[in-house]
Design a protein around this ligand. Structure first.
Ligand SMILES: Cc1cc2nc3c(=O)[nH]c(=O)nc-3n(C[C@H](O)[C@H](O)[C@H](O)COP(=O)(O)OP(=O)(O)OC[C@H]3O[C@@H](n4cnc5c(N)ncnc54)[C@H](O)[C@@H]3O)c2cc1C
Length: 451
C-alpha cells in the first residue's frame, strides 16, 4: 500500500472541471499551495457584457477572499454597484425593514458597522471572470478549453484518477490525484459519480433584466416579497438596477413576451407603490432572460478522489444572493483543509485526494450549506404563505425586526458573510491592508466583546 505522503506520478495534482468563478478561484488558490493544476472548461472564455447583464452580489466575505488572492482591485476597476442599504418590503403591506452599511444619513435603521463600506458589491459575471482568467493565464495553471470530460475512473489501487477528455474530435486521458467537479448546477461529474441530490423544483423562473429609474438607486437594493416569489433590485455601477423577478411559469412566459412599455408597467405594479415612490418611474429596460429556480443539494460532496464545489454541490434560490458566496466559501474550506494537512507533511507534499481530507471538507461545508439553504427556503415559505393573518404578521415582523438588535445582527452577519471569514484570512488581510482598514471580522468581534 502507498505511504500517505508518497507522490504518485500523475499529469496534475488537481484537475478542476468547470471554469466558472468558483472553479477558477479554486485553481488559483491551489496553485498558491504549489499544486500542479489544470482547469477544463467546455466553453471558450468570453467576458463581454451580456444583455441583460448577468450579475452577482458578492458579500464582504467574498470580497476579502478576492482581496487575499490579489484580484479585488482589478474587479473594482471594472465597476461595481455598492449596496449600502437594503430595503425589505412586501407590496401592499406597510411594514418594512432597512439595513445599512456604516452610520446611515439616509434613514434611521440598523447599521452594519462603521468600518464596512458596503453590505454587498454587485458585479457583472464577465467583469468578475476577466481578472480571474488573466491571473490564470499569468500562472502555470493549464487551461484546457474548449474541452469536456467524457468519463473518469479511479485506479484499482485508489492512488489516482484518470480523466477521459474530448476536444473536438480528439480524445485524450489525463491523470490526477484529485478531480474537482466545479461544473455548475447540471454537473456531469456529479452525475458520472452517481451522486443524487436533495431538493425540489421551485416551479418558478428567475427573470433577469437591467432597468433605469427616474431617481437612480442611491446605492440602495430592494427586496420586495410577493406571494408568487421575491423581486430584487440590485444597484449597478452605472446608476441602473439589475432585477431578479421570481415568477410562476405562466407569469414568466407572459413577461418575456411583453413589449418594453407593458413590461415596465407590470414591473412597477409588482414592486408596489412605496418602492416605486423611492425609485421614480421605470424609464428603460434591457432585454430579458430567465433561469429555472430550484433547490438542489448533492447527497454527498465527495467520493474516491473526487470532490464537488460551487453549484455542482448546491444550487439555491437566488433570493438571498448567496450562491456564489457559498461557492467561494467551499473553495476556502477545501484550501484550508489541504493547507493544514500539508503543514504536517515533512516533505511539503500533501496528496490532495486523500479520503480523510475530502471527508473533512464535506463535513465542514454541510452545516453552512444547510444553514443558508434553510434560511433561504424559510424566507420563501413565510412570504409565500397565504394563511389568514400571515400578511399582518409579516408586516409586524418586518416593522419590528429593526428593534431586535440580535436578529438584525444575525441577518447582517449572514448577508455580509462577516461571520464566516476564517481567522487566517483575516490575519493575512489585516497585514496586507496595514492600519488603514481593519478586516471587518476583527472589528465586529471587538465591538461585540466590548458590549
Ligand atoms: C438569476 C440568478 C441570480 C443570482 N444572483 C446571485 C447573487 O446575487 N449572489 C450570489 O452569490 N449568487 C447568485 N446567484 C448564484 C450564482 O450565480 C451561482 O451560485 C454561481 O454562478 C455558481 O458558480 P459555479 O462556478 O459553481 O458554476 P457556474 O457559474 O455554472 O460555472 C460552471 C462552469 O462549468 C462549465 N461546465 C459545465 N459543464 C462542463 C463540462 N461537462 N465540462 C467542462 N466544463 C463544464 C460551464 O461552462 C461553466 O463555465 C444567482 C443565480 C441566478 C440564477
Amino acid at each position: 500500500m502507498m505511504a500517505m505522503n508518497m507522490q504518485t506520478q500523475t499529469d496534475f495534482d488537481v484537475v478542476v472541471v468547470g471554469g466558472g468563478a468558483v472553479g477558477v478561484m479554486l485553481a488559483l488558490s491551489l496553485q498558491r499551495l504549489n499544486y500542479r493544476v489544470a482547469v477544463i472548461e467546455q466553453r471558450a472564455p468570453c467576458f463581454h457584457s451580456s444583455n441583460p447583464e448577468r450579475v452577482v452580489a458578492l458579500n464582504y466575505g467574498s470580497r476579502c477572499y478576492l482581496e487575499a488572492l490579489g484580484l479585488w482591485d482589478a474587479v473594482l476597476a471594472t465597476g461595481l454597484g455598492d449596496i449600502r442599504h437594503i430595503v425589505v418590503s412586501e407590496p401592499g403591506n406597510r411594514g418594512q425593514f432597512d439595513l445599512h452599511a456604516g452610520p446611515s444619513d439616509v434613514r434611521a435603521g440598523q447599521s452594519a458597522s462603521a468600518d464596512m463600506d458596503a453590505l454587498g458589491y454587485v458585479v457583472e459575471m464577465g467583469a468578475l471572470l476577466e481578472p480571474m482568467y488573466q491571473a490564470l493565464h499569468d500562472s502555470d495553471i493549464a487551461l484546457i478549453s474548449p474541452a469536456c470530460v467524457e468519463s473518469y475512473t479511479v485506479a484499482d489501487d485508489g492512488a489516482q484518477v484518470s480523466i477521459q477528455l474530448r476536444r473536438g474530435n480528439e480524445r485524450s486521458i489525463l491523470t490526477a490525484a484529485l478531480l474537482v467537479g466545479a461544473d455548475g448546477s447540471f454537473s456531469q461529474i456529479r452525475m458520472m459519480a452517481g451522486i443524487g441530490s436533495y431538493g425540489w423544483d421551485h416551479n418558478r423562473f428567475g427573470l433577469v433584466a437591467s432597468i433605469r429609474c427616474e431617481h437612480g438607486h442611491s446605492n440602495m437594493a430592494h427586496e420586495c416579497f410577493r406571494s408568487s416569489g421575491p423581486l430584487a433590485f440590485l444597484p449597478l455601477a452605472d446608476g441602473r438596477f439589475s432585477i431578479v423577478w421570481a415568477a410562476t411559469p405562466a407569469e414568466a412566459t407572459a413577461l418575456l413576451a411583453m413589449d418594453d412599455e407593458a413590461f415596465m408597467t407590470a414591473l412597477q405594479r409588482a414592486a408596489g407603490e412605496p418602492t416605486i415612490k423611492r425609485l421614480g418611474a421605470i424609464v428603460d429596460v434591457s432585454r430579458r432572460a430567465s433561469f429555472a429556480l430550484e433547490l438542489s443539494i448533492a447527497k454527498s460532496f465527495n467520493q474516491a478522489r473526487m470532490v464537488l464545489v460551487g453549484n455542482a454541490a448546491h444550487t439555491i434560490h437566488p433570493v438571498a444572493g448567496q450562491g456564489m458566496n457559498l461557492g467561494f466559501r467551499d473553495v476556502q474550506a477545501l484550501v484550508e483543509v489541504l493547507e493544514a494537512a500539508r503543514k504536517q507533511q515533512q516533505n511539503g507534499y500533501c496528496d490532495p485526494g486523500q479520503a480523510i481530507l475530502l471527508q473533512a471538507y464535506s463535513e465542514n461545508r454541510r452545516a453552512d450549506v444547510a444553514a443558508v439553504a434553510g434560511f433561504t427556503e424559510s424566507m420563501l415559505h413565510v412570504f409565500g404563505s397565504a394563511m389568514p393573518g400571515m400578511k399582518w404578521l409579516r408586516g409586524l415582523g418586518l416593522a419590528q425586526l429593526g428593534n431586535v438588535p440580535i436578529l438584525a445582527d444575525l441577518l447582517l452577519k449572514q448577508a455580509s458573510g462577516v461571520g464566516q471569514i476564517p481567522d487566517h484570512l483575516a490575519v493575512e488581510l489585516e497585514s496586507k491592508r496595514g492600519d488603514k482598514q481593519p478586516v471587518e471580522k476583527q472589528t465586529w468581534r471587538r465591538k461585540h466583546e466590548r458590549a
